[in-house]
Design a protein around this ligand. Sequence first.
Ligand code: GAR
Length: 235
Amino acid sequence: MSPAHSHTFRPFRIAVLASGRGSNLAALIAARAAGRLPVELVGVFSDRAGAGALEIARAHGIPALALSPKDSADRTAFDESLFSRIAAVQPDLIVCAGYMRLISEAAVRRFAGRMINIHPSLLPKYPGLHTHARAIAAGEREHGASVHYVIPALDAGPVIAQARVPVLDGDTPETLAGRVLEREHPLLVASVRWIAEGRVRQAGAAVALDGRPLPAPLLLGPDQELHPPCESSTA
Ligand code: GAR
């Protein structure tokens, strides 16, 4: 291999943070394998050694690392060691895909504009936990998922894109979670693709699409693609 020079194509580098199952990670891996996501997955990181996401990563030859919060004095110290490992793989973007720990302000600031999260609600509704149960209890007829830039306040960063699903009579938190999860996968894949292509970026408290502030989040269509919010919509 010849040494890299300034015009060498450098693939967009993604690091994933996950605490659990890893179905969103699996969706990113599958999209990449199918040629639908031009990125390199450079590392998967977890706060739980037993996370399914780590197994999925290893099965695909992606470096995987778990650090236990118990080995650090406090959140700041844990995040310092975790995020310096992440920095070492030089990600262009960190994707929180089912990462269930609060992230310290210092770590968020270090990666400002370069860290996104997928959250199972139509933010700003239902930040935090138990989103499906809360949506059902509130009598919502619509629920969904959001991909947003991470800022120090929990689940409060600028929203890039959303997928909406109906809440049906008789839904339980589990049936609703399943309907949302099915849409999370294409939502995350498309959001990461638009960021990797340079179309989407964080612009302060807003999201910019092709250099212009987005008035409302992009919407995932039935075609599994993102669409700008319809300006003429009166719905
Ligand atoms: C997903 O539903 C994701 O939106 C949610 O955890 C699940 C992870 O599933 N994230 C949060 O609740 C973040 N607060 P996965 O491990 O199969 O990707």
